[in-house]
Design a protein around this ligand. Structure first.
Ligand SMILES: Cc1cc2nc3c(=O)[nH]c(=O)nc-3n(C[C@H](O)[C@H](O)[C@H](O)COP(=O)(O)OP(=O)(O)OC[C@H]3O[C@@H](n4cnc5c(N)ncnc54)[C@H](O)[C@@H]3O)c2cc1C
Length: 193
């Protein structure tokens, strides 16, 4: 899996704080603005956070994981199409299990891929051949969200009740955001699954 930051609003905390200054008739000064942005988050004045955005390029997650990700309605997603792109040299995500079962799962993935290739060779469209591919098939997305949407996503998906794969994605995103907007996002230690 790879999670890369493509874009983030420059000086996001200062910007959020400067916009929020109009709510309070406060001084628009850089040091005060950062403080004000964090204060807004702590007080639940969360619409302020919608004025900064971040875009991530996420590669190599399963379609199980991407399906969970797209449920967050305020994240805007572009996903590699299985209708228009044929799956070549496809990689499958493997759940953690015993060596014997890992071998069996791998055989299953291989046979699914063999059937997919056979269907394509028979002239079937990729959009129909994909029905036989497992949910473990990896995918690629570009995801943009405002800071409130990312906070919601991180709170839901870094939590221990979420599944291990999306927890890793959420942690990666959180830790990148924590370096750009510390205090709004806080660095999180390794995920234990
Ligand atoms: C551990 C876990 C297990 C899950 N299991 C399942 C499952 O079995 N089946 C399933 O279908 N889904 C499941 N989900 C998905 C879950 O139900 C949500 O759809 C998903 O997490 C997105 O959350 P959200 O809709 O709250 O967030 P977003 O879409 O990101 O919305 C953000 C916030 O906006 C507000 N909001 C959004 N929509 C509305 C609305 N219509 N009305 C009022 N306020 C709104 C809420 O405050 C919400 O927290 C699971 C999620 C988790 C984390």
């Amino acid at each position: 899996m790879e999670v890369r930051l493509k874009y983030i609003t420059p000086d996001a905390l200062a910007l959020i704080g400067s916009y929020a200054s109009i709510c309070y008739n406060s001084k628009n000064e850089p040091a005060l603005n950062v403080k004000r942005a964090l204060h807004c988050k702590d007080r639940g004045h969360l619409s302020t956070l919608r004025h900064a955005i971040a875009t991530f390029h996420i590669k190599g997650i399963s379609r199980v994981c991407s399906h969970q990700l797209v449920r967050s309605k305020f994240l805007d997603v572009l996903q590699r199409s299985q209708r228009y792109c044929k799956e070549k040299d496809v990689v499958f995500v493997m759940p953690n299990t015993s060596e014997d079962l890992t071998t069996e799962i791998k055989e299953h993935y291989d046979s699914c891929y063999a059937l997919y290739s056979k269907l394509l060779s028979s002239g079937m469209l990729a959009e129909d051949a994909r029905f036989v591919l497992p949910e473990a098939t990896t995918t690629e997305l570009v995801v943009t969200g405002n800071f409130q949407a990312w906070l919601d996503f991180i709170n839901l998906r870094m939590d221990k009740h979420a599944q291990w794969e999306i927890r890793i994605v959420a942690r990666e995103i959180n830790n990148i955001l924590a370096t750009h907007a510390p205090g709004l996002f806080n660095w999180a230690p390794e995920i234990t699954t």
